[in-house]
Ligand binder design. Structure first.
Ligand code: NAD
Length: 249
């Protein structure tokens, strides 16, 4: 299936590795012109070089989404460099594990900046450009925890559930202008992060109906489809890629 992504201009946050990189890679493979953002200059340059091997030269932007205003500035810069924007993928690192009693005001603020404000700031800059162009695809990488809270992930559980409300609120406001907004909910997916936090295959096999972790490319395949014109009638949705882990919600 030709997704018609050739020449589309895409901005992907958190794209130096993991899910963000996989989404950027899939979009680049489909012919999109990708601007990849992350906070480590060397790593995002390397990621962009990899993406460029698919044909279209990819652009690297170094920005810390945990810094106020950084997402706004990165989005404006990408729009300038790409000459517009068709696809925005909001993604960042997950907040540290902590039960409620361990989360102080600074941790709430850091999580809010990193997950929430980086998203709403980028959307605020991108939406007028997308509306003017009559086409836009906004994807929020959240988590299955948005629907089924995970023990000890208080900040993530709270903010990601809120982001689903954001998607449901804004999607109808811009639907008639050709812009769709959807949330993607990864379940256990084999990224460097999973290795770092010590999630084992045995643990996943015990919980997930498919008895295995997802691969980042399986997640990216959904993102590429939702980013395409073919997904033009899908908006305001929260779609899990989780091997059947979510059941009741
Ligand atoms: P990851 O840690 O492997 O990658 C995160 C990416 O975001 C990296 O490129 C990193 O450099 C970048 N990043 C992190 N903080 C940043 C910041 N402040 N500014 C700019 N860039 C920043 O994580 P991942 O496994 O790819 O997961 C991506 C998101 O999906 C995370 O929020 C994670 O919590 C969530 N998630 C992942 C899984 C999973 O199984 N992998 C499951 C559920 C939810």
């Amino acid at each position: 299936m030709d997704l018609g992504l050739r020449g589309r201009r895409a901005l992907v946050f958190g794209a130096s590795r993991g899910l963000g990189f996989a989404v950027a890679d899939e979009l680049a493979r489909e012919g999109a012109r990708v601007c990849a953002v992350s906070r480590d200059g060397g790593r995002i340059e390397a990621a962009a070089a990899h993406l460029s091997r698919h044909g279209e030269p990819a652009m690297a932007l170094c920005a810390d989404l945990g810094a106020p205003g950084a997402a706004r500035a990165a989005t404006a810069r990408a729009i300038q460099e790409l000459g517009g924007l068709d696809i925005l993928v909001c993604n960042s690192g997950g907040p540290p594990k902590a039960v409620f009693a361990e989360v102080d005001a600074a941790a709430w603020s850091a999580g809010f900046q990193n997950l929430w404000l980086s998203t709403t700031d980028a959307m605020a800059v991108a939406l007028p450009v997308m509306i003017a162009g009559g086409f836009g695809r906004i994807l929020l990488v959240t988590s299955v925890a948005a629907k089924e809270p995970m023990p000890g992930l208080t900040v993530s559980n709270g903010l990601r559930a809120g982001l689903l409300g954001l998607v449901k609120s804004v999607a109808p406001e811009v639907a008639a202008q050709g812009v769709t907004i959807n949330a993607l909910l990864p379940g256990y997916t084999r990224t460097e992060r999973m290795t770092e936090i010590g999630v084992s295959d045995a643990q996943v096999a015990a919980q997930v109906p498919m008895r295995r972790m997802g691969e980042p490319q399986e997640f990216a395949a959904l993102a590429a489809f939702l980013a395409s014109a073919r997904a033009g009638y899908i908006t305001g949705q929260a779609i899990a890629v989780d091997g059947g882990w979510l059941r009741g919600s």
